[in-house]
Ligand binder design. Structure first.
Ligand code: BES
Ligand code: MN
Ligand code: ZN
Length: 495
């Protein structure tokens, strides 16, 4: 899908449909008002009759076959005084999904009056949301019902700062494509998204977008003494891969941001086997890794002034004759010994070595993202990801950068109590801390591998994929944490 801009007045634009916003309070404004005037009050009538109330992503279609725009899709944006720019992603996504299913190929989208002075931000969310709304989940189907027909989205810049709209569309296009890349990697089933295939996808994308790429095979992983990572991989017939992508946007600086993502391409639980119910969702257990790969690609395309490395340990977690058994003790890269109480707590085992490796590379800040614990879904549901840290200032700057991106993160504490819960009787650590505070004992475990480096762990178990579709988003993978990671990298680059 292509997103471009046009200078036409809304009522004069030639398209399959024109998309205009309405609010749940007050009168028609901007493009909606202008179009309402040429339609003899048709939009005002919809509101008066309560056919649409203006709630976010609420939709109503008006046919206008005698006008160049042919149809008007009226889309709610909520309360006008409380408009957050990221709502524009839902506005555009809902429009693309609704019109795309009705075979409209080209749509024109109007900015709300609130975009004045913030054109780049608003236009970025429109482009991102439009592209995310076109995400195709039907690639395995012979006669797909849900594929969107929208191939062109035109953002109307009339009355706004054209240059700023243009730069916003540029950024939003990159972000939307990167979000969809992460979603495709996650959606692809585990038989078609093995560690080797994930590494190939990452390498191909990295080369396209000018990133350095290196992939360690099993022998090289062993040389690096990543015994914790290998203990998860040893039950699988698929060889593990350690994927590294590098972006050098500030060669004069010694600062290095490391993004680390859990790349379990399928999590059966291993010998501590999961129950069959919903186990198929565990193809999504590489969402953190997919997010890191896609965020690195976005960073490579946006070229902010900083250095970033993306690290993704990738493996299946399978039971098998060679699999790790509960009680086995394994050794991580930094020499820490780990008693594997439960082979289903595998994410932390692969991340342990990746965090050590981030330190070996000289990372000065580390952010990891992982579908790490079911406990996180119990704590926060699907409404937010959890964030834990060893550095309060770092997490505050991350939360500030992430908030406007539209992804939600909620900080949780890392008390010493959780560290104590991870002590083993016969090894340095054990890999589970019992039922209480499962997200935080997992965080405390990871903390043991980051040393003194400022670090944030993001548990995206409840947000990486969703069971229900919404007006603006297909069900399945969401692209979390791509938006927040890119926003944070941009914020760091700005200083
Ligand atoms: N990948 C799972 C966590 C998960 C569960 C993600 C549900 C998304 C939805 C992880 O590897 C896991 O199995 N965690 C265990 C840890 C436990 C054994 C300490 C869990 O949460 O049950
Ligand atoms: Mn598991
Ligand atoms: Zn897992």
């Amino acid at each position: 899908m292509q997103v471009r801009i046009a200078h036409d007045a809304p009522a004069a634009v030639r398209a399959g449909a024109l998309v205009v916003p309405v609010f749940s309070d007050g009168n028609l404004t901007g493009a909606a008002q202008a179009v309402d005037a040429v339609l003899g009050g048709a939009i005002a009538d919809l509101l008066a009759a309560s056919e649409i109330k203006g709630k976010l992503a609420e939709l109503a279609l008006v046919h206008a076959k005698d006008h160049p725009f042919r149809r008007v899709l009226v889309v709610g944006l909520g309360e006008s005084g409380k408009l957050e720019p990221h709502a524009l992603a839902r506005y555009a996504g809902a429009a693309v999904r609704y019109l795309g299913r009705r075979n409209v190929g080209e749509i024109a989208i109007a900015l709300p009056p609130q975009a004045k002075g913030h054109e780049a931000t608003f236009a970025s969310f429109i482009a991102e949301g439009a592209i995310a709304g076109s995400f195709d989940t039907s690639t395995y189907q012979a006669s797909p019902e849900k594929r969107t027909a929208v191939d062109t989205v035109v953002v109307l810049s009339d009355g706004f700062d054209v240059k700023a709209v243009e730069s916003g569309v540029h950024r939003g296009t990159i972000l939307g494509e990167s979000v969809n890349f992460a979603r495709r990697l996650a959606l692809t089933p585990a038989n078609d998204m093995t560690p080797s295939i994930l590494a190939d996808e990452a390498s191909r994308a990295a080369r396209t977008f000018g990133l350095d790429v290196e992939v360690f095979d099993e022998a090289r992983i062993r040389e690096e003494k990543m015994g914790s990572f290998l203990s998860v991989a040893q039950g699988s017939a698929q060889p593990p891969k350690f994927i590294m992508l590098r972006y050098n946007g500030d060669p004069s600086s010694k600062d290095l941001l490391a993004l680390v993502g859990k790349g379990i391409t399928f999590d059966t639980g291993g010998i501590s086997l999961k129950p069959p119910e919903r186990m198929e969702e565990m193809k999504y257990d590489m969402s953190g890794g997919a997010g890191v790969i896609a965020a690195m690609c976005a960073i490579g395309r946006l070229r902010p002034k900083l250095n970033v490395v993306g690290l993704v340990p990738a493996t299946e977690n399978m039971p098998g004759g060679k699999a790790t058994k509960p009680g086995d003790i394994v050794k991580a890269m930094n020499g820490t010994t780990i008693e594997v109480i439960n082979t289903d707590a595998e994410g932390r085992l692969i991340l342990a070595d990746a965090l050590c490796y981030a330190n070996k590379l000289g990372a000065t800040k580390i952010i990891d993202a992982a579908t790490l614990t079911g406990a996180c879904v119990i704590a926060l549901g699907h409404a937010a990801s959890a964030a834990v840290t060893n550095d309060e200032a770092l997490v505050q700057s991350f939360l500030a950068a992430a908030k406007p991106s539209g992804e939600r993160y909620w900080q949780m504490p890392l008390y010493d109590d959780y560290t104590s819960a991870m002590k083993s009787d016969i090894a340095d650590l054990k890999n589970t801390g019992g039922r209480p505070a499962g997200t935080l004992t997992a965080g405390a475990f990871l903390k043991a591998f980051v040393g003194e480096t400022p670090w944030i762990h993001l548990d995206i178990a409840g947000t990486a994929y969703l069971d229900n579709e919404s007006a603006w988003q297909a069900k399945g993978p969401t692209g979390t944490p791509v938006r927040a990671m890119v926003a944070f990298a941009e914020a760091l680059a700005k200083g």
